[in-house]
Structures are given as structure tokens and as C-alpha cells.
Design a protein around this ligand. Structure first.
Ligand SMILES: [Zn+2]
Length: 468
């Protein structure tokens, strides 16, 4: 994500005590996956492998309805389990049998199957639902933006609740089929490859498929009128971009001038991070009033506002870097957000160097010098910023300076090897800052304990910016 301007609502969360069932005995799955920042996000007791969504969306009323089929394996014997969801549910089945359900807290859908689900069992959960997502608020906001011609789901970390039930945490990644019926003449845009689109009797059915593991917050859906463009990266990855036809002409021109460089920027970043991890790429610019961009997997969400002044390619480089740093290798817990935003910010500096607008060392020096030691900027620890500061400037800017300081400390050879080794080692999985530090130490042959403490875990300005 880059620069969420809306204030994040304070998530006032009761302490959820996750009590896992002891071996052999059946019990309820935990209401949260165990994230220290967001105790109720995600759930315990099962692991999802696939979401198949069959949806119908009506732009004129903003009504979304459909059925989600969730394929999951029980990791404990389950008498009940939770999904995270905010729309109205009319029916739930587990392995074809009607299941009881109720809601709890802000976004818990509690499902009680007719029979206990044994540990290790592969279950199929179908949830039938509907709602007007732009009117549904959780923690005081909705992540569904209604547009003049449709609607869009994109936000971080909360986005899925407004359009499909899920185990909503990056620890549980899954593949996706997204099928959406819309009025003929409208388009539906989602992640991955377009499998088919079929128009009959006044409606069009779109079917998108994401066949690589994807975190739930990286799933996106947009319905509206779009101009679609196609290109390919150097290695042949198809790039599909979509631009709302409702954008003002100057804005649309800027957006295209930036986003149409997607293939070129992926080629550039592949030189640093290794092969592009997915079989599709692209971005879309819907007609929304928000100001942020987010790295929705293989199809980046860009608010038109990010292109208000010029064809900003640094935001494109930022979001595309996330395809490696965040999407391919995802957080294991939200407190490790530096692994996403620090590196996406650093990628902007690599791209700036390519575009001759500054070297990473010059740009790091600018940030370091711009904030005197008594600036509150330095009180946010990028390695553990707190849920309230998860998207604070310090995570991005101090986070990127830390990466340049790491480069200077370990030398180019180890640093450049590290940028490729991390995605290669954790492909389609998760990683922690501790694991990253371990890999950096292994590749550089240095103890980096003091370095990481100074740059990521101290609420004060590091006394020196290392010079090459
Ligand atoms: Zn970002």
C-alpha cells in the first residue's frame, strides 16, 4: 500500500483467549489466528486451500449476492469454527449438510456443523449471502467504495469482509476462482487471469482465476466501465490493465502514462528480486475518491488521485515491488509490515536511480537529514510500529533508509544476493523479520543484531547513517 490518507480507526479489541483443543478432543476453532495487532483477524482450527466465489453484482443498487465455496483442512477436531465476514448470511453448509451459524463481534461468522469435523478432514464450506457492502461498517468504516458505475473492494488489512467470507489473515493463503455476473456492458476485474467472459440475456459472466497462493487482503474486485489494455513482460507474462472510462481526460492520460509502464518496471525489478512470481500482472484505476494504491496480487489498485499531478511511475514501482515483498512472500504477522513497506519504498529508490532522479544513498540521506533527532518521526519503530502506526511514514521512509544502511553495512555483493534469496526461499509463503535478519547474517557472515536493533527496534534516530 502507499499512503493511506484516511485515518485508520482505532481497533478496540477485547482480548480473545485462543484455547486450542488438546490432542484428540474436539472443540471450537479460535476466533483469531493469533496476530498480536489484530487478535480477532483470521481464525484457528483450519487451513484454507481454495476459495470459489460465484457472485452477482447490481451497480444500480450496490447489491452483492452469491455463494462462496471454501475448501479447507481441519487442523484440529472442530465442533465449530469461525469465518471473517460482514455481509448477511442466509445459509451455510459443511460437506453438503446444513450447518448452524451465528455472528459474533465485528466480523466473526460462527459456523457449527451438524457433525464434528475430524482433524485432518478436508471440508467444503458453502456460504450463501447478500448485502449492500458500501452501507456495511465495521470498526467505523467500509472498505467497499461505490463508484458512479459500480463498486470496488480494496484495502489493507481489512478488505475481504465486504465481499467474501474467509480466514482473513496473510498466514492462510489460498488460490481463488472469482466468478461475477454483472449487467451486460459492465466489466468485472479481479486477480490473475481472465478464464472466460460470456454474455447472454442481458448479463455478462466474468471468471477470473488466481492459481498462485494469495492472501485474502490481496484479493480484489471491481465492477464498472473500463478500457482494458494488454501487453507482456520480457518473459511473456501477460499484463492486463483497466482504466475507468469515467476518469477526467487529463487524469486518464496521466494514469495510462504511468500504469502502461508496468511490463517495463516488472522487467527492471526482476533484475533485483529475481523472476516475477506470478503468471499474470497489471493494474486498474477505478473511478474512486480515495488517495491510496495497494498491491492487490497481480492486479494493483490505483486511486486516480495518485496520478492527479503527473504519470507517477514511483507508485507503480512501489506496488509492483510488493508482488515480491508482501504478495509472493507475505507477512506472518502484521507487526512485520517493514518487510512489505520498507522494501516497496526502497524499490522506489532503485527505480529513481534508473530514471536518473537520485541514487538510493542520496535519497536515504535526504530522509535522514530531513528529520532532526527530536522529530516524533523517529519514535516509531519500523520493526514493530504498533497497529495504530502500521502505515506511518516511518515504516516507509525510515524503513527504506534502514535498507540502504543495511546495504552499506553488508556490501553490495551480500545485499544484492539477499534481495533475490529472500523471495526464492519463501516463495508463495510467509516470512518474519527475524528470518530475514538470519538470512542477511548468513549471506554477509556478520552479526547484525545491533544493526537491526538500532534501525528497526529503537524509538530514536540512529546516530549515524553509514556512508559507502
Ligand atoms: Zn506499499
Amino acid at each position: 500500500m502507499r499512503k493511506r490518507v484516511i485515518a485508520s480507526t482505532a481497533a478496540v479489541l477485547g482480548l480473545m483467549l485462543a484455547v486450542p483443543a488438546s490432542a484428540g478432543s474436539a472443540g471450537p476453532g479460535a476466533a483469531g489466528i493469533g496476530d498480536p495487532y489484530y487478535p480477532t483477524y483470521g481464525n484457528g482450527g483450519y487451513d484454507v486451500s481454495h476459495y470459489d466465489l460465484a457472485l452477482d453484482y447490481r451497480p444500480e443498487t450496490d447489491r452483492l449476492s452469491g455463494t462462496a465455496t471454501v475448501s479447507a483442512t481441519a487442523t484440529q477436531s472442530l465442533t465449530s469454527f469461525d469465518l471473517d465476514f460482514a455481509l448477511d448470511v442466509s445459509a451455510v453448509r459443511v460437506d453438503g449438510r446444513p450447518a448452524a451459524f451465528t455472528t459474533s463481534g465485528e466480523q466473526e461468522l460462527v459456523v457449527t456443523p451438524a457433525r464434528t469435523v475430524p482433524r485432518g478432514h478436508r471440508m467444503t464450506v458453502t456460504v450463501t449471502y447478500s448485502g449492500v457492502p458500501s452501507t456495511v461498517e465495521r470498526y467505523g468504516f467500509t472498505s467497499w467504495q461505490r463508484t458512479p458505475d459500480g463498486g470496488v473492494a480494496a484495502n489493507e488489512p481489512e478488505s475481504a469482509w465486504w465481499w467474501f467470507p474467509s480466514n482473513d489473515h496473510p498466514l492462510d493463503k489460498a488460490t481463488f476462482d472469482v466468478r461475477v455476473r454483472v449487467p451486460a456492458g459492465e466489466q468485472a476485474v479481479s486477480n490473475g487471469l481472465l478464464v472466460s467472459s460470456h454474455t447472454a440475456r442481458g448479463t455478462t459472466d466474468y471468471h477470473w482465476r488466481q492459481d498462485r497462493p494469495q492472501a485474502t487482503y490481496l484479493a480484489t474486485l471491481a465492477v464498472g466501465h473500463f478500457d482494458i489494455t494488454h501487453s507482456r513482460t520480457r518473459t511473456g507474462v501477460p499484463v492486463t490493465n483497466a482504466y475507468s472510462t469515467g476518469l477526467a481526460p487529463a487524469l486518464a492520460a496521466n494514469a495510462r502514462a504511468g500504469v502502461e509502464r508496468t511490463a517495463e518496471i516488472i522487467d527492471f525489478l526482476s533484475g533485483y528480486f529475481g523472476p516475477y512470481p506470478f503468471d499474470a500482472a497489471g493494474g486498474y484505476v477505478p473511478n474512486v475518491p480515495s488517495h491510496f494504491a495497494i498491491e492487490t496480487q497481480t492486479r494493483v489498485f490505483y486511486s486516480p488521485a495518485v496520478f492527479a499531478k503527473d504519470p507517477d511511475t514511483s507508485v507503480v514501482a512501489h506496488e509492483l515491488a510488493h508482488q515480491w515483498w508482501g504478495d509472493d512472500v507475505s507477512l506472518a504477522r502484521w507487526s512485520d509490515i517493514w518487510l512489505n513497506e520498507g522494501f516497496a519504498g526502497y524499490a522506489e529508490w532503485l527505480w529513481a536511480e534508473h530514471e536518473h532522479t537520485g541514487t538510493p544513498q542520496q535519497l536515504a540521506r535526504q530522509v535522514y537529514d530531513a528529520h532532526p533527532a527530536d522529530d516524533p518521526f523517529w519514535t516509531v519503530e519500523p520493526g514493530d510500529p504498533g497497529a495504530q502506526n502500521q502505515f506511518d511514514d516511518a515504516v516507509y521512509d525510515r524503513g527504506a533508509v534502514a535498507i540502504q544502511a543495511l546495504r552499506t553495512t553488508v556490501g553490495d555483493r551480500a545485499f544484492l544476493a539477499l534481495l533475490k534469496a529472500w523471495p526464492a526461499q519463501h516463495r508463495y509463503g510467509n516470512g518474519t523479520i527475524a528470518q530475514f535478519q538470519h538470512l542477511a547474517e548468513k549471506l554477509s557472515g556478520r552479526d547484525l543484531g545491533d544493526f537491526f536493533r538500532t534501525w528497526l527496534y529503537t524509538p530514536a534516530k540512529p546516530p549515524v547513517l553509514p556512508a559507502p
